[in-house]
Ligand binder design. Structure first.
Ligand code: GDP
Ligand code: IMO
Ligand code: MG
Length: 419
């Protein structure tokens, strides 16, 4: 069986922490999409670590970690990350596998990402500039190079694709010197040769047939999904549960639980619509208290109230079976909390996410709740949670018709309460 953990908002919901928490119950942890645009934070023996490419099960010695075919791999980031985890005592070569079908991010993909964003001016996506969009474009455009290609006339194939990219870069009048990126890239390609490069789909299906339990780790969030997110302000992959099938090569019937993660409020980094965004002191307070700065780029995250219209949509398209609510402790000191239960668009109320949110003037309709005004970070049973918090969560439960089964009340490994 394959269970899934994914984000229900615009990313950074706390997937890294939650995957690390659940990892002991599984045999295989697999990333199925995204690339180094992801930044998944874990605390291991009190030490903070941010993973971009390696699955968040890597700190559990006996677990297999797989980078699936749906991922785009930046080998330079990957090499650095391997060195980081090695310094923390992880023997990464032992349990880390990479699918031969995983597409590679080339230095020119990063250059193209930058050139494209620059050309967009004020309409920029706010990309992490890691080359994600161009790498996925080369996948669907049937030009990309894959991990399995590194032993097959790789340098010539690289030069061919680079020449194509160079023409586009010339069109953009992009003339930055990328030779250092290229040196790092080829060094990292050599490093990659030392890894277990496997046929990921047979590999994972064999594990499933042996009765092993797989945990699929999502990156980004459902509202950044290329099909169902706030297009064009999205990432370039399918971040939703359906992406698990194409990103790992497993059948839909193999999927069991779909754990959807939401913060107790909402954040977004980069451009694009965000109906419940707060531009006032409350937004600032959430950013400060929640330390809402990007794990990958350091950019301040935009902050706002929880949006149940978007969450209900995300539960629908993912088939979420259990919700995990994170960063509840960040609301500990707030007098009144707001929950968005519908959108008002042109004077009409709707409970549905509209097509092209960015072209609409959306006013969120809120229901107010009393804050709990209690430090909850040391609480470890559901019974001990403040009544006001239970009321806040109960309303969300009833609205979404999916149970909030876990409540995370701090960044630490043990700060999580089962409802
Ligand atoms: P991810 O991309 O979904 O893995 O999330 P990030 O790691 O980018 O951002 C989540 C941040 O919130 C990290 O700094 C986590 O350490 C932190 N975090 C996760 N859960 C909690 C929680 O319940 N409370 C608090 N205060 N911080 C949390
Ligand atoms: P994790 O896995 C938050 C956002 C970027 C930008 C848009 C497109 O840590 O939750 P891209 O680089 O993919 O072309 O950027 O998507 N974005 C994320 N926001 N968390 C992430 O990952 C993100 N990955 C991409 O900020 O708005
Ligand atoms: Mg993140």
């Amino acid at each position: 069986m394959v269970d899934v953990i994914l984000g229900l908002q615009w990313g950074d919901e706390g997937k890294g922490k939650i995957v690390d928490y659940f990892a002991p119950k599984y045999d295989v942890i697999a990333r199925f999409q995204g690339g180094p645009n992801a930044g998944h934070t874990l605390y291991v023996n009190g030490k903070k670590v941010v993973l971009h490419q390696i699955p968040s099960g890597i700190f559990h010695e006996d677990k297999i970690n797989l980078i699936g075919n749906g991922v785009v791999l930046d080998v330079v980031t990957f090499k650095k990350e391997c060195e980081t985890v090695a310094a923390m005592g992880v023997d990464y070569k032992k349990n880390l596998y990479i699918s031969e079908r995983t597409h590679l991010i080339l230095p020119t993909h990063r250059a193209l990402d930058k050139a494209s964003e620059l050309s967009k001016g004020n309409d920029k996506i706010g990309s992490t500039l890691k080359g994600i969009g161009p790498a996925y474009m080369d996948k669907t455009g049937r030009n990309g190079l894959r991990v399995g290609d590194i032993n097959n006339n790789f340098n010539a194939e690289y030069e061919k694709l680079k020449a194509k990219h160079q023409e586009i870069l010339n069109n953009y009048k992009f003339d930055e010197d990328i030779s250092q990126w290229e040196n790092d890239f080829f060094e990292a390609i050599e490093f990659l040769r030392g890894f277990k490069i496997v046929n990921g789909e047979y590999f994972i299906n064999e594990k499933i047939n042996e009765g092993k339990k797989v945990l699929a780790e999502g990156a980004q969030g459902s509202m950044l999904d290329v099909d169902f997110g706030t297009f064009p302000f999205v990432t370039s992959s399918n971040t939703i549960s359906a992406g698990v099938c194409t990103g790992l090569g497993i059948a839909p019937q193999k999927i069991g639980e779909v754990f959807g993660i939401t913060k107790a409020y909402c954040t977004r980094v980069g451009s694009g619509p965000f109906p419940t965004e707060l531009h006032d002191d409350m937004g600032e307070l959430l950013r400060k208290t929640g330390n809402e700065f990007g794990s990958t780029t350091g950019r301040p995250r935009r902050c706002g109230w929880i949006d149940l219209v978007a969450l209900q949509f995300a539960c629908m398209i993912n088939g979420v079976t259990q919700i995990i609510m994170t960063k509840t402790d960040i609301l500990d000191n707030i007098d009144d909390l707001q929950v968005c239960s519908s959108y008002s668009i042109g004077g009409k109320e709707t409970d549905q996410v509209p097509f092209q949110m960015n072209r609409l003037d959306i006013t969120p309709v809120y229901k107010s709740f009393k804050g709990w005004k209690t430090d909850i970070t040391a609480i470890d049973t559901h019974a001990a949670l403040p009544q006001a918090m239970k009321e806040y969560i109960d309303y969300i439960n009833q609205f979404l018709k999916v149970p909030v089964k876990y409540i995370s009340n701090g960044p630490g490994r043990d700060q999580i309460i089962e409802a």
